[in-house]
Design a binder for this molecule. Structure first.
Ligand SMILES: Cc1cc2nc3c(=O)[nH]c(=O)nc-3n(C[C@H](O)[C@H](O)[C@H](O)COP(=O)(O)OP(=O)(O)OC[C@H]3O[C@@H](n4cnc5c(N)ncnc54)[C@H](O)[C@@H]3O)c2cc1C
Length: 464
């Protein structure tokens, strides 16, 4: 129990070092759709977990980091979480506000109450005792004037100890900001799409949008709607498909065809119809990759762009397509093909990356390179020693649902055996370290234990 002595030693020497909480269930990191889905599936099976979220709300990516006009890219039947369909009144492609409302109802329905404003800064498996040690920090403001103005910020650290760790921090945890030559010289604003809300602030401006995925394409369209003049930087090849074919979603048709035909056949069909409906996109500066859209998604995880009207604006000349940027200047950009453009602002639609390698000490399950599970779908949901991953399949919310159901089934299988083991660890902890607290355990023996020790040790109780 060396690590226990260490924990207690730190706590005694540093009053801000915080508390230690034993969780007799899984700790789920992240309260996005994936964390909520996993927690709901577990709840349904009687397994209670603790969800930790760095933001102050659920689904922070959707609530805080997306543009106003965003709708689900895929039809709602492919985006619903397990155990609860979307309301029938919702349109085929719900708005982001509707999606967030659905998630809020979902969290309420399953009694999910994440611990907000807590960031997981490290997680490691303590082999000696067979539990995960998860460290979080919360920044608090103390003293100062009203509203904490002028107050001193302090960092409160909490250590959670649990038998299972479910990583649900997402493929989009941190914005990717590329280094572009001359970036510091550029006089206008440079904004990542995670901070872009609408074209309102760009009226009449010449805006360079870097990145031609779904977000970059849609931001260009949004800018047109606000009378800005966007130019789109297209460095790589890209598949643009119509969002719907014959009045049905392209995604739905693809899924249906894949039941009968090979992926190559379906790709050929999609490309033929795209050519008939959209024309030759290469003539617009949007070269198609050598591999078909579904194969490319399968092999490299690269999502095809589903056109929501941007292509028509490119055809009409409202959106200019540019080759890669060579360098930025004070007033604009120089491109690799030698062209020069004057610009007022730049929007980086350059995507996101996982942040798992920055806090998870285990190096076997998640790749350090991209922060995704080393094993591809459908094998990337379960690691060793009670470690799980939900929402890292490169298959959006559909992948999330599949992972969440599997994880809940798997944890339930070992839940009762683990409870017995944890009860004895908990006895030991309370005996050795009077400052260790437990969250509401949902197990009577634990409750009695906590209550019995409350007065004696000054335990902080977490009633869930
Ligand atoms: C613009 C956009 C549109 C999209 N549209 C669709 C769509 O139509 N259909 C679809 O299927 N998918 C879509 N996606 C993919 C998207 O990733 C998923 O829809 C979904 O948000 C993934 O859920 P998640 O819970 O895995 O990740 P996230 O939604 O990113 O949630 C992860 C949560 O973990 C928290 N977190 C991260 N690190 C820590 C930490 N260290 N400690 C504590 N908390 C932490 C974050 O704050 C966040 O709240 C879209 C993505 C984007 C960016």
């Amino acid at each position: 129990m060396e690590y226990l002595r260490e924990t207690e030693g730190k706590r005694l020497h540093d009053p801000l070092w915080g508390r230690c909480v034993v969780v007799p269930g899984p700790v789920i990191v992240g309260a996005g759709p994936s964390g909520l889905a996993a927690a709901a599936c577990l709840e349904r099976r009687g397994v209670h977990g603790v969800i930790i979220e760095r933001a102050e709300c659920i689904a922070s990516l959707w609530q805080l980091k997306t543009y106003d006009r965003l709708r689900l890219h895929l039809p709602k039947q492919f985006c619903e979480l397990p155990l609860m369909p979307f309301p029938e009144s919702f349109p085929t492609y719900p708005t982001k506000q509707q999606f967030v409302a659905y998630l809020e109802t979902y969290a309420r329905e399953f009694g999910l109450r994440p611990k907000f404003n807590e960031t997981v800064v490290s997680a490691e498996y303590i082999r000696e005792v067979g539990i995960w040690r998860v460290v979080t920090t919360t920044t608090t403001t103390t003293g100062g004037g009203s509203g904490g103005v002028g107050g001193k910020g302090s960092v409160l650290e909490t250590v959670y100890m649990c038998p299972w760790l479910v990583v649900a921090t997402g493929e989009n945890a941190e914005a990717v900001v590329p280094e572009i030559d001359g970036m510091d010289d550029f006089a206008g604003p440079i904004v990542h799409t995670s901070s872009y809300k609408s074209g309102e602030g760009f009226r009449g401006k010449r805006v360079l949008v870097v990145g031609c995925g779904n977000s970059g394409m849609e931001v260009c369209l949004d800018l047109c709607n606000y009378n800005a003049t966007p130019s789109l930087v297209v460095r790589d090849s890209v598949h643009v498909l119509p969002r719907e074919m014959f009045g049905k979603s392209t995604f739905g048709i693809s899924m249906w065809l894949l039941k009968w035909f090979s992926i190559q056949m379906v790709d050929r069909f999609l490309l033929l119809l795209s050519w008939l409906m959209l024309g030759d996109t290469a003539r617009l500066g949007l070269d198609r990759p050598r591999l078909g859209p579904l194969q490319l998604k399968n092999i490299a995880g690269k999502t095809p762009v589903l056109d929501v009207g941007t292509l028509a604006r490119i055809k009409s000349g409202q959106i200019k397509v540019c080759r890669g940027i060579k360098r930025l200047t004070r007033r604009g950009a120089e491109f690799v093909d030698g062209k020069v453009e004057e610009l007022d602002a730049m929007i980086l639609a350059t995507g996101y990356r996982s942040n798992v390698p920055t806090w998870l000490k285990d190096r076997d399950f998640f790749s350090e390179r991209d922060g995704l599970p080393r094993k591809a779908f459908p094998n990337g949901w379960k690691g060793e020693s009670g470690l799980y991953a939900v929402g890292f399949t490169k298959r959006g919310l559909l992948g999330t649902s599949i992972d969440a159901v599997r994880i809940a089934q798997d944890i339930e299988r070992s839940w009762w055996a683990e409870m017995k083991r944890l009860t004895s660890i908990q006895h030991l902890l309370l005996h050795q370290s009077p400052h260790v607290s437990t969250p509401a355990t949902h197990i009577d023996t634990h409750r009695k234990l906590e209550k019995g020790n409350k007065k004696k040790t000054g335990l902080v109780m977490h009633e869930e």
